[in-house]
Design a protein around this ligand. Structure first.
Ligand code: NAP
Ligand code: FE
Length: 364
């Protein structure tokens, strides 16, 4: 039995906020707008949102304290701010970090959760309405029931998934991504590519999702190299954003796998950007999983008019390398955390700690 369920209304295309201003403003009387320090302004998304809110006489407050890989302490501060400010819905603007933070704040505020309780999905039974406005083309969080939050006390990055964490509505306007620098364009597109590939690797893979997976990967393979050369090209940005949205829709069903779990410590301990952390392990993970999903990957490569080696050459052009080397001591400490992470249940076969250690070793 297969199923497809994305309970979020999604507007997609240039100018979608202005065209559907009533939808930005439909969920309450005062919004807490959750952003990072610069990108909401730089991308033009904050301006588009506040124009729509003004038009419909909706008030807002700005919480612009979310950093990359949002911290639990930031989520707690945002939830407190929401409750003290008379707000009744959230608008998350940015990459995955501010949108995931807004999702977690929303559940924390609604369910009166404290600290690490946010990682307990069974406690996340309700949330305030969440409007998601991506300014990167990577996480697909605009279409997922997940929020990834780093626990500053335990020093680990972890995710939680609950149906109420799907955004109520998402506005995907590719023009907001034209301000993305080259590195973030690459890293975020590689994150989207990971999600799409993981739709093939996952034990929960479903042929219902294959049209999205195949189409999304082709868009990235064709458009990412060109977008790095022509960052202002809206058509290329449109393709990358569509691929990212598809990636979100896919992992909403299949979850992520070792491809993501192994990257989390690279981010939480070594500061590697999320997409880059996925990128450096993409080839070794594909080699590991290839025997288990040979037919699916061969179908994909045929669709891309490539073979596996061509795909690896395509990947190599992005020169993805860790800035801080992985040491034996890091591997010994972190491999167990990887094996125990939530997404490991989705791998195409059981992966043991020896395999995880060997993968880290291959990164040196
Ligand atoms: P991000 O961490 O939100 O942002 C990365 C950097 O890009 C920040 O410095 C940000 O600036 C900047 N930026 C964002 N949009 C920009 C724009 N349009 N122009 C210029 N700069 C811009 O990046 P992300 O890769 O989108 O999100 C990563 C997070 O999402 C990770 O925590 C990851 O684990 C999570 N994730 C979530 C899901 C999910 O389903 N929920 C799936 C995959 C990944 P500011 O600091 O100023 O904002
Ligand atoms: Fe991701």
């Amino acid at each position: 039995m297969q199923h497809f369920f994305i309970p979020a209304k999604i507007h997609f295309g240039t100018g979608c906020i202005a065209a559907h201003a009533q939808d930005v403003s439909a969920f309450g009387t005062k919004a807490l707008i959750v952003t990072g320090a610069r990108s909401a302004l730089l991308s033009g998304a904050l301006d588009a949102v506040t124009t729509a809110l003004k038009e419909h006489h909706i008030q807002w407050e700005l919480f612009d304290e979310v950093h990359e890989n949002p911290l639990l302490s930031t989520v707690t501060a945002g939830a407190r701010r929401f409750l003290n400010s008379g707000c009744d819905f959230f608008i998350g603007i940015g990459g995955g970090s501010p949108i995931d933070a807004a999702k977690a704040m929303s559940a924390m505020a609604k369910c009166t959760l404290k600290g690490q309780e946010i990682y307990n999905a069974s406690l996340i039974t309700d949330a305030w309405p969440i409007v998601a406005i991506p300014t990167t083309s990577g996480t697909g969080t605009e279409a997922t029931p997940y929020s990834i939050v780093s626990d500053d006390q335990r020093g680990i990055k972890a995710g939680v998934g609950a149906p109420v964490l799907f955004p109520t509505i998402s506005f995907c306007d590719p023009t907001f991504t034209t301000s993305l620098p080259q590195k973030q364009t690459r890293d975020t597109a590689i994150d989207a590519l990971s999600h799409l590939l993981e739709g093939i690797y996952s034990r929960k893979r479903s042929t219902l999702l294959y049209p999205l997976i195949f189409d999304g990967i082709k868009r990235i393979v064709t458009c990412l190299p060109k977008a790095l050369e022509h960052p202002e090209d809206i058509d290329l940005r449109h393709n990358l954003m569509q691929a990212s949205l598809y990636g979100g829709m896919v992992i909403a069903h299949t979850g992520t796998t070792l491809q993501h779990s192994i990257g989390y410590p690279l981010t939480s301990e070594l500061g590697t950007a999320h997409g880059l952390a996925n990128g450096v392990v993409m080839q070794p993970i594909m080699e590991l999983y290839y025997p288990a999903v040979r037919q699916e990957l061969n179908d994909l490569f045929r669709w891309l008019s490539m073979n596996k080696d061509d795909f690896y050459s395509w990947l190599a052009q992005f020169n993805m390398k860790l800035e801080t080397p992985v040491t034996d001591e890091f591997t010994a400490r972190r491999a167990e955390e990887v094996v125990n992470s939530r997404n490991m249940a989705n791998n195409p076969f059981d992966v043991d700690i020896t395999t995880v250690k060997a993968l880290y070793k291959s990164l040196r």
